[in-house]
Design a protein around this ligand. Structure first.
Ligand code: SAM
Length: 295
């Protein structure tokens, strides 16, 4: 039992993440709820962590790189037509639609953001195989053992009570099922200033270290099957090419969105990503994808 359950309290408040993505400061972007990330990455709200200079050097190819990251995790998790996948923190359903279309699985997306879910639903997907649920990862609105795979992609850093969310994913996955996980985590070398910088830039309560994450996954009842580390992408090709590609292909479009705030938005996003790149390069942040099996 988690401490919060022992005390009878509800999960910590997750509305901060919903507010961040629902922010209405981007009139004119075609994917409501995705902010400027949608402008760069379409329906895949995660960075293209691929070791490919062609992708990082051309903003028009970032979506393709982000889709490859989704495909890579689906392959690692061995997702196929017999699977039922719950995407926890599904954004506008990019992975729900892609993984279902490419593997034949059935997939549901869970999100605290109602606006993103409305966008997800409007984008369709393989008929009869995709669905969306409004709710919090810390209290998943699904019966136990309902899915064969709990999937979470570039969102775990948002969750206030991470062990509780892992316990929930364990509860809704059938024995022998998998946890497919993608996120950035600190290393033991990170200090309070690094954490404060991440909180400032990404509107999230706190980050785990790699060791804390692996321990929490084990404690929740999953056994690690495979782990891949893409930190070198952040410290290498992303570090080399993100600034010039962003400045050429995206910053002008972001500036043009709003006469009063466009410049500020473009600069803030650049600073936020550059901060993560500096952390990757100095060994204080890692980008991981892993698959664990439910015991
Ligand atoms: C960076 S986006 C990633 C979206 C998606 N996984 C992707 O890669 O396209 C983070 C997502 O997590 C969702 N989120 C944040 N906290 C959540 C929570 N406690 N429960 C469910 N979803 C949450 C946000 O609303 C957003 O959709």
């Amino acid at each position: 039992m988690r401490q919060s359950e022992d005390e009878g309290a509800g999960p910590a408040d997750a509305t901060r993440a919903a507010e961040y993505y629902d922010a209405a400061w981007l009139d004119g972007v075609e994917l409501p709820g995705t902010g400027i990330v949608g402008l760069m990455l379409g329906d895949q709200l995660h960075p293209p962590m691929v070791d490919d200079a062609g992708v990082w050097g051309d903003g028009a190819r970032w979506v393709e790189g982000a889709r490859e990251c989704t495909r890579r995790l689906a392959r690692m998790a061995g997702i196929g037509p017999a699977d039922t996948v719950l995407d926890v923190g599904c954004g506008v359903g990019g992975a729900v639609r892609q993984v279902s279309a490419e593997t034949g699985c059935r997939a549901a997306g869970l999100n605290v953001s109602a606006l993103q879910l409305r966008t997800a639903a409007s984008l369709g997907g393989p008929a009869g195989r995709v669905a969306y649920l409004l709710g919090d990862a810390q209290r998943i609105p699904a019966r136990e053992r309902a899915f064969t795979c709990a999937w979470t992609f570039n969102m775990f850093y948002h969750i206030p009570d991470k062990p509780r969310a892992l316990a929930e994913m364990h509860r809704v996955v059938a024995p022998g099922g998998r946890l497919a996980f993608d996120d950035w985590v600190l290393t033991g070398d990170a200090d309070e200033a690094d954490r404060a910088g991440l909180r400032h830039h990404w509107s999230s309560p706190d980050w785990m270290t790699d060791e804390e994450l692996l321990d929490a996954i084990r404690q929740a009842g999953f056994e690690l099957r495979e782990l891949q580390d893409y930190t070198d992408v952040g410290a290498g090709v992303m570090r080399r090419l993100f600034p010039s590609t962003y400045d050429r292909d995206f910053a002008p479009r972001i500036r043009a969105l709003d006469a009063a705030w466009g410049q500020r938005m473009a600069d803030d996003f650049r600073d936020a990503v550059q901060h993560t790149i500096d952390l990757y390069a100095s060994g204080r942040l890692r980008y991981l994808q892993l698959v664990a099996e439910r015991r």
